[in-house]
Design a protein around this ligand. Structure first.
Ligand code: DQA
Length: 143
């Protein structure tokens, strides 16, 4: 069975209450449940983590190499700042798909750059919780 690591970055644990006009009212638990039901249908195994800590995310990716077939990640605010997460993805050599709830290119200027996109197979953004589902489907077609 193929194994996928899903990583939610900082503040995503607050989804549902956090700036609902931007991120919507769906909670992280609800997003995870919809990912789990897709995984069940497609017969793949998911490991889902949320972390507010850059180093912890780097460690998760660093340990993923021989355990997982691919990574689905919403790096959240670290998208725009973390060379360390970018390097960890690159070093892992794992197929990685980047997702965002919002369209980062239509928001503040500081969000309009992703350090992660160049090391991801592809990025899906702007579709709210559906970005995760589309990202997982795209990833499953490739592994
Ligand atoms: C986000 C976009 C980031 O700019 C922001 O810092 C987040 C969430 C998104 O999913 O739209 O925390 O990654």
């Amino acid at each position: 069975m193929k194994k996928i690591l899903i990583i939610h970055g900082p503040n995503l644990g607050l989804l549902g209450q956090r700036e609902p006009s931007i991120y919507g009212k769906v909670t992280l638990k609800e997003i995870n449940n919809s990912l789990k039901s897709l995984a069940k249908k497609k017969k793949v195994s998911l490991t889902i983590k949320q972390s507010n800590h850059e180093g912890e995310i780097v460690d998760l990716i660093g340990k993923a190499k021989n355990k997982f077939n691919a990574i689905l990640i919403n790096p959240a605010a670290y998208t725009h700042t973390s060379v360390a997460i970018r390097d960890a993805i690159s070093a892992s050599g794992l197929l990685t798909v980047e997702v965002h709830l919002s369209n980062i290119y239509s928001r503040e200027e500081f969000r309009q750059k992703s350090l992660i996109s160049p090391v991801a197979k592809g990025s899906i953004l702007g579709f709210g919780p559906k970005s995760y589902i589309l990202g997982l489907e795209a990833l499953l077609d490739l592994i």
